[in-house]
Design a protein around this ligand. Structure first.
Ligand code: GZL
Length: 334
């Protein structure tokens, strides 16, 4: 998992990795990479799946940016299965692409296939989500958000939501977690807990927490079960808008008012999330920007040319309270 130390890893280490990779690639020749004849950079991209509005926007951004950059993009959708991502990466290695990029569905289990890419001197760029590995040379950089910070931001914006709602006394919180083992699920929960432990050890309590797998169906199903076991929930913290939107359906089916009887904070900032917020059903959204395509293509070109890149290229994002939703909607890009 990336941390401050990794982030500060000197460019020297990265340059060495990319330099070696890039030089060796040039020595290789004959691959179906840019040496394949048309001179285009060949990028192999393995996507998590199409589980949420965020993911769809991320896929569109990658495809549009690759087209704009004139790259030959080989794209695969893993349907949220790690084995499908590993197969896709192996296929890109066999095809001899110039660079491999992927958003790892979970943080563990990647060393073997990334070592195969390294053996063939194909540089790997992580997008969106990070991996846990002891061998930092297995990938060149991560282009993506700081999920732990998103969790902290969710905790801090919940303070504003509670104050605006005039909530006094203890706060019972339900947490809809993202995909089990995924970096955003692990790190958003960690950041939110940091705020709870530091500032609300006496008044906030997570009374129930379970994965909804980042999907609307998962959010609806799990929230319905939450309401059965914990009918007096005050707050829902959902790790993405889609689970929050599914939960809204369950809350309404239980005869409660989302955004009033149960205050809701979510992460992502997709259009449907802003619409729900403008309808008063979500109280605040912590943005997680999926439009990584342009940054990714820039990095791919630098990596292909053996240039130095930072170990973690973070995306810029904001936070939105309910009263900002209507004004923000027209300019939302995803
Ligand atoms: C976050 C991304 C998460 C989104 C979900 O960068 O990995 O996966 O928050 C998506 O909507 O499914």
């Amino acid at each position: 998992m990336l941390n401050r130390r990794n982030f500060l890893t000197a460019a020297v280490g990265v340059a060495a990795a990319t330099g070696l990779a890039a030089c060796a690639k040039k020595d290789e020749g004959g691959s179906t990479g840019s040496g394949g004849g048309d001179g285009k950079i060949v990028l192999g991209f393995s996507q998590v799946g199409s589980e949420s509005g965020w993911r769809s926007a991320n896929t569109d951004s990658v495809k549009e940016a690759a087209k704009e950059a004139g790259y030959n993009l080989k794209f695969s959708d893993a349907q949220q299965k790690q084995e499908n991502q590993i197969s896709a990466i192996r296929s890109y290695i066999t095809q001899g692409v110039d660079v491999i990029a992927f958003s790892p569905v979970v943080v563990t289990g990647w060393d073997a296939v990334l070592k195969e890419a390294k053996a063939k001197k194909i540089p790997v760029v992580l997008t969106d989500r990070s991996v846990e590995t002891s061998d930092e040379s297995l990938y060149v950089t991560l282009v993506g958000s700081d999920f732990t910070d998103e969790g902290r931001r969710a905790g801090k914006i919940l303070e504003k939501v509670l104050e605006k709602a005039g909530h006094k006394g203890p706060v019972k919180i339900a947490q809809l977690e993202g995909t089990t083992g995924a970096a955003p699920a692990i790190e958003r929960a960690k950041g939110f807990k940091e705020v709870m432990d530091a500032d609300h050890a006496d008044d906030w309590k997570i009374v129930v927490s379970q994965t909804g797998d980042f999907t609307r169906a998962g959010g609806k199903q799990v929230m319905a079960a939450f309401l059965q076991s914990n009918p007096d929930i005050d707050v829902l913290f959902a790790h993405n808008d889609d689970m929050g939107i599914g939960a809204i359906q369950a809350i309404e089916a239980a005869g409660k008012k989302p955004g009033k009887d149960i205050l809701i904070v979510t992460v992502d900032g997709v259009k449907d999330g802003f619409i729900a917020m403008s309808e008063g059903k979500i109280n605040a959204i912590v943005e997680c920007n999926p439009l990584l395509g342009p940054q990714l293509m820039e990095v791919v070109k630098k990596v292909k040319n053996g240039e130095t890149v930072e170990r973690w290229i973070k995306t810029k994002e904001g936070d939105f309270m309910q009263d900002q939703a209507k004004a923000a909607l027209p300019s939302r890009k995803y």
